[in-house]
Design a protein around this ligand. Sequence first.
Ligand code: 3UK
Length: 522
Amino acid sequence: MTVPNLPERYNASTTFIDANLEAGRGNNPAILYGDQTLTYGDVAAMVNRTGNALVKLGVRMEERVMLLLLDSPEFVASFFGAIRMGAVPIPTNTLLRPADYEYLLNDSRAVALIVSEPLWASIEPIREKLKWLKHVIVVGKNPAGTLNFADWIKNESAELTPADTARDDACFWLYSSGTTGFPKGAVHLQHDMVYCAENYARGVLNINERDRTFSVAKLFFAYGLGNGLYFPFYVGATTVLYPGRPEPKPIYEVATKYQPTLLFGVPTAYAGLLAVEDTAAYNLSSVRLCVSAGEALPKALYDKWLARWGVEILDGIGSTEILHIFISNRAKQARAGSSGKIVPGYDARVVDEEDRDLPQGEVGNLLIRGDSICAYYWNKHTKTKETIFGDWIRTGDKYMIDQDGYFWYQGRSDDMLKAGGIWVSPVEVEATLMLHPAVLECAVIGLQDKDELVKPKAFVVLKQGHAGSPELESELKTFVKDKIAAYKYPRWIEFTNELPKTATGKIQRFRLRQREATPRVP
Ligand code: 3UK
């Protein structure tokens, strides 16, 4: 295993916090945030204060602490502060709806929630339904019955001995969505972050102390958490944190102002940046490498970006369960349109439906082995067994390996799709559309837009007495946007008379996909 030797008693906060102080980086910049610079010394003190404040609240080892936080120093302090005192932080998607948070908070039995002020509005309506939550800490102006983050940590000690955890103890969770049913909490262990930092961030990106990271993908994603937090902290580099919406113009402004050396985004973000016409005021000359993950990066985007900014985008595939990128392109060896080659520390197999290895060049299911794979899904034993077996995990992706060892993405083996790098379950969008009085039945699939990036498309059969029209189309889009996370709404709606179905009446989304999609080939 390509992982630094970890002692049996191990708390991950020591690798990402203490080690920087021990290396003499106490006065080096760790976080750039607005006009603030936090040194590694500042961060260590804030982490310890937050850990001590959690202890004082009565939060105990192994208990969950949910983080519903914008990218900020408070995110960093809450994440590592919780880990340090032995609790288990759960960075959570900030784009969801109250009903989603009700599920996540009750499923995880989080006893504390640390939430950014603008996100409190999504918690307030469900506060009474949260069976296990005891404490709410708000970053910013706090409503009655909650604690104010700054006051809460202000008088705490800046010293905290790490909890006596083992390298195989739960460290943090990340929720991942599936086609049907509720999101699954992937339980990651104390040793997982260092594995990804060493093998991918150092091994592939060659990250070092002089780097400055800026992740357009937020810290609550497994992708952003590495990019913008534990990768730079692993080597004592600097991270730029930006709490706002990742729109193209602010991204350019932040990048121009803070001059990052490593820029991380999803393909949709790069497409958005390329669509900005006047970029005369922006400068990306500091960037030595760009990284893309979350969904496949089309070759056209890679080419356009290289032509426009003179820097490569390295596409790599990662997953919440595996924590970070396990197949990736390398600098100066990128094959545009492919996901690259296996990352050190991981092994891959491409297999048929009976898990038999397929010859090189054939398309099959991708299995991955590596020591950053989550231990299991919380409370989901069957799902765990279906997904993780022995050293291996089923990614749910179809891949082909070419003769040079490059991996080519060929789509999902389930009906899931990504929009802007974030999961969309067709079942959830369909169920929402079905709530509309005009909709009889419907099916949702992913379809490529003009940038070859996948977005949801809905095929809708209307009830008798209703006719398809542009007005109804936009009404249905708004209807979905109002009910579930906005990024899930169908960008196109096609009214149709019937949907392809099995003999037993199950909708065959793959037939709709076959009708619409063009497979990705080398
Ligand atoms: C898809 C890709 C083609 C693929 C992630 C980097 O995306 C991340 O995690 P998620 O759990 O989704 C995992 C699934 O997304 N995918 C991701 N990257 C690519 N498909 N090309 C790619 N480059 O279906 C995969 O199974 O949201 C990405 C680091 C950490 C991550 N968690």
